[in-house]
Design a protein around this ligand. Sequence first.
Ligand SMILES: C[S@@+](CC[C@H](N)C(=O)[O-])C[C@H]1O[C@@H](n2cnc3c(N)ncnc32)[C@H](O)[C@@H]1O
Length: 279
Amino acid sequence: MNHRLKSLVFKLLQQLPTKWGDYIYHRFQNAIAKSIEAEYTSQMDTVNRFVKLAAEQGFAFAGKRVVEIGSGWLPVLPYELVFDHQAAEVLTFDINAHFQAGRIREYNRFISSRKGISLPNHLPRSVRYFPQTNILEMADLSDLDVLVSRNVLEHVSPADLKSIHQQAYSYLKHGGFVIHQISPSDHRAYSDHSLSLWDFLRYSQGMWDSIQTRFDYHNRWRLPQYIDMFKHCGFRVRYLSYKSARPGQKLPERIHEDFRIFSEEELTAGNIMVVLDKG
Ligand SMILES: C[S@@+](CC[C@H](N)C(=O)[O-])C[C@H]1O[C@@H](n2cnc3c(N)ncnc32)[C@H](O)[C@@H]1O
């Protein structure tokens, strides 16, 4: 979809009262949503990588209490961690309320038949969903072992990113760990291939804020900014990987001066995976 048209739709939705904007946004997303099976398959890549990376670092999910930031539309990661990797429970937070009863029923049927288990029509007790909840507002998060997120941190404001990790450093138990997958590229380019994956680096912050909306907020942080923030909050980076630009993938000809402090590799680092611990 042309990025200008999509931005215009989001701008119009943003003008509506929140309830109506959210309702129409959900209808729009449902219309373009992948099938349950396709969504499951695409998210399983991340689940498998999280489990493998954790094991390589000497960590496991079994028996652990896990927090997920950014539940999204389906509880793929929570279900896998609970049913296949024996996590004790997953508390999953989202500032929006994207889970929908019908889609959860459909997902439960899919998972029941795939795993040969019997799931109710609603979320199982071991997956606790906190919609429209900023994790920073939770007073009691003591006794948790693991923090995970998939394709979420790029949508969180810099101030909240720092507070979330300061808070996580204090509530994670000794021996606890964090795994994030971060997607720092310009998401408009996923559906409009005329754009560079880093097109938004052309803009000043003010200009970018006039383009983006609450439906497609992106902080535009580059790899070193995440790493500095994790360390600043006390975490040790145990593992880091990212993908560099592939042949043919190019930065825009001019990028804004705010980003010129970064090398080309830092600017284009994508699909970031990090494993952190408390050192
Ligand atoms: C791109 S989706 C990814 C969802 C899911 N993790 C996945 O991989 O499909 C980003 C999600 O993060 C949520 N989100 C954005 N900022 C957040 C925040 N500060 N706290 C919790 N969730 C947030 C959005 O509402 C959205 O559901």
